[in-house]
Ligand binder design. Structure first.
Ligand SMILES: *Cc1c(COP(=O)(O)O)cnc(C)c1O
Length: 383
């Protein structure tokens, strides 16, 4: 399947017509169990927590677009992260990027510290990171690139190479770029993780997660924990993602086109202090982004001039940009990380990272861009 192009894979891999009826759309196998002809004799499916044909189709499609041999689809992005943590031997040392999704930070700092040892490190400073990796030999390095919400970029191939020197696994949370703009396994990562809730499904109607890997051994270990613990995605959610993913390529192109225009608009706006977008030459890691990403995505972060009061007035007066958590849907969303998505990070840690009260995060949708810019202008007019 690897010879097909991305745009073809999202439509055809896992999308073969139903062999029994010829239905062009795959059925939703809404079943919990499967009939056996004799004890232990079945068609590869025994119980839906373990396997389901609709989920299998989605896993095939997702593996193909991340250039991976294997994929496991889970009930949420965070449950995928949870399974990776359960797979590690007790007491493992984990280095995690210091600017990660708030829920990842909460999982690693509140749920798992009794089991593993976590250190939150700056994965954008390669020299310091390498010294620390060599000295402390972690079992796993977890990076998110670009990060949420500050869009900092980490060098996947350099980090995967240093991890290999000490036998550590590299996990990349690729939610922000989606498989369309970045393929971390091609840069040496061992596992790539997605919140399918975001760009992969793209329609804000499913919560789900996925992990892709090339190693069969890693896949089998993670599958054991998925089956033993239970966070498998439902047949219906898997089907919805199979439906949403067909347009992933055209959606990502549209997100990026709009985001480029919005970022350029914000950069010139007198009420904006700083705009962070990987597609802008002003992004501090613009060159690294160009090296490992095939595009710059649909997420923009900016600092409004002023503080909480100014942010609030802006956020209350935009209408097309809906004030909501999450991202990656066809509709535009706006988020105030300090109060909303990143509230689980203590204020002092947030501010050390640069997540101040005047920081606003946009998930730029695929609406008409002039309408989006007019909407932002309405918000700024009230500031
Ligand atoms: C949303 C998100 C997650 C968590 O995924 P859920 O599907 O909400 O559990 C993980 N990483 C990033 C970057 C996210 O945006």
């Amino acid at each position: 399947m690897k010879e097909m192009k991305f745009e073809t894979k999202v439509i055809h891999v896992g999308g073969e017509p139903d062999p029994t009826t010829g239905a062009i759309m795959p059925p939703i196998y809404q079943t919990s169990t499967y009939v056996q002809s004799s004890p232990g004799e079945h068609k590869g499916y025994e119980y839906t927590r373990s396997h389901n044909p609709t989920r299998t189709r989605l896993e095939e499609c997702l593996a193909s677009i991340e250039n991976a041999n294997h994929c496991l689809v889970t009930a949420s992005g965070l449950s995928a992260s949870t399974l990776i943590m359960h797979m590690l031997p007790k007491g493992s040392k984990i280095f995690c990027g210091d600017d990660v999704y708030g829920g990842t930070y909460r999982l690693f700092s509140k749920v798992f510290p009794d089991i593993h040892h976590y250190q939150f490190v700056d994965t954008t400073n390669l020299k310091k990171l390498e010294e620390k990796v060599m000295a402390e030999k972690p079992a796993l390095i977890w990076i998110e690139t670009p990060t949420n919400p500050l869009l900092k970029i980490s060098d996947i191939s350099a980090i995967a190479a240093m991890a290999k020197k000490v036998g550590a696994l590299t996990v990349v949370d690729n939610t922000f770029m989606s498989p369309f703009f970045q393929n971390p396994l091609d840069h040496g990562a061992d596992i790539v993780l997605h919140s399918m809730t975001k760009f992969i499904n793209g329609h804000s109607d499913v919560v789900g997660g996925a992990m892709m890997m090339n190693s069969k051994d890693l896949r089998d270990k993670l599958f054991f924990y998925q089956n033993a613990i239970g966070p498998a995605a439902s047949p219906f959610d898997s089907w919805l993602v199979l439906r949403g993913i067909k347009t992933l390529a055209i959606r990502m192109k549209a997100h990026e086109q709009n985001a480029m225009k919005v970022a350029a608009f914000l950069e010139k706006h007198p009420k904006v202090e700083i705009v962070v977008y990987p597609g802008l030459k002003s992004h501090p890691q613009y060159e690294l982004g160009k090296k490992q990403m095939k595009g710059s995505g649909g997420m923009i972060t900016f600092f409004i001039k002023g503080g909480l009061a100014e942010s609030r007035r802006f956020l209350e007066n935009v209408k097309l940009f809906a004030l909501a958590e999450s991202l990656g849907g066809v509709e535009s969303l706006v988020d105030h990380p300090a109060i909303m998505t990143h509230a689980s990070i203590p204020k002092n840690v947030r501010e050390e990272l640069g997540i101040f009260d005047n920081l606003v995060r946009l998930s730029v949708g695929i609406e008409d861009c002039d309408d989006l810019i007019a909407d932002l202008e309405k918000g700024f007019a009230k500031v």
